[in-house]
Design a protein around this ligand. Structure first.
Ligand code: 6CS
Ligand code: FE
Length: 308
């Protein structure tokens, strides 16, 4: 099921980078919780709070035995010889350590089961108001003793610019497979920042992902915008026990610090996009990114066993 770009004009609702007339901040033009979705496990109050803050944490969504099995799989993948020179494995900018592995739901049958788990998919469908497909999956290893962080950014700004994602109708689920402490580089989100689109400076170089996934510069907001958002929204640290799952809107301003503690922070991220929001052509980049980063297979996820 492709996208006929001749029929639908390539309307850029969120100009940024070299398409932005000024480094402005503009109001979100899309719902956060989309209407028309199937019923699901989130209560009206939880949906309302997600709409306001841009994220929701389901504490200990996975049982301890599931966490242990998935963490073993992450450790296996990190040393898997066949991934050694695979472009889906992204290394740290200043070492040979693996920083992330993309398309893990295609590499690992165990992580494919996680990506199709009804406890995740049911919540995504409920929030996005439609069937969903997997736009991206990845493991972010943040080993102890110096695992690097991720500077402030909106995922949607990148997915819009570089992947051609038209509207804000996607979300990420960050599944903690180790305890996320205040000290070991947890995800930080500015609550409510998802309601504003921040245009970023610069223009996207060819094959930008080769740089941006190691240390992102283009596609990050300027210091004044970061200061304005932080002063207005504050910064929430997403901490919690292993097994917790945080659902966050594609446009949340978020980032994470490096991890110099001895306690690794290993999370799996699954990105669900609405089947009504499939990728077109990049809005501010010279070409498409590879499909292991931005899937162009738009078949709806068929979710697995019913939520526990
Ligand atoms: O470019 C991307 O798609 C990735 N970059 C970051 C920093 N977060 C989202 C995603 O993994
Ligand atoms: Fe991100």
């Amino acid at each position: 099921m492709g996208t006929d770009t001749t029929a639908t004009p390539h309307v850029d609702a969120y100009p940024t980078r070299d398409k932005a007339s000024a480094l402005t901040e503009s109001p979100r033009q899309d719902p956060v919780v989309w209407p028309g979705g199937p019923p699901g496990p989130l209560s009206p109050a939880e949906l309302d709070r997600y709409g306001q803050r841009g994220f929701h944490t389901a504490e200990q969504l996975l049982a301890a035995d599931e966490v242990s099995a998935y963490l073993d799989e992450l450790h296996r993948l990190r040393t898997e010889p066949s991934l050694r020179d695979d472009e889906r494995a992204v290394r740290e900018p200043d070492s040979d350590e693996i920083r992330s592995i993309f398309a893990v739901h295609e590499i690992s049958p165990a992580l494919a089961r996680l990506a199709g788990d009804a406890r995740l998919v049911a919540r995504a469908r409920q929030i996005l108001g439609s069937e969903v497909y997997i736009h991206q999956s990845r493991v972010n290893y943040k080993p102890g003793y110096g695992g690097n962080g991720f500077y402030w950014h909106s995922d949607f700004e990148t997915w819009h610019s570089e992947d051609g994602m038209p509207r804000m109708r996607a979300l990420s689920v960050s599944i903690a497979l180790t305890e996320n402490l205040p000290t070991n580089g947890p995800l930080m989100i500015m609550p409510g920042s998802h309601r504003f689109f921040v245009a970023c400076p610069g223009s996207t170089p060819p094959d930008h992902h080769r740089q941006s996934l190691r240390r992102q510069e283009i596609g990050t907001p300027g210091p004044a915008a970061v200061r304005r958002l932080a002063d207005r929204h504050g910064i929430a640290q997403i901490t919690g026990p292993a097994g917790s799952a945080t659902f966050f809107d594609a446009n949340c301003m978020h980032g994470s610090n490096s991890n110099i503690t001895p306690y690794e922070r290993a999370n799996v991220f699954i990105v669900y996009n609405s089947v009504e929001n499939t990728l077109t052509e990049p809005f501010a980049a010279p070409g498409r990114r590879p499909e292991h980063i931005a899937s162009r297979t738009f078949a709806p996820v068929s979710s697995g066993p019913s939520p526990r």
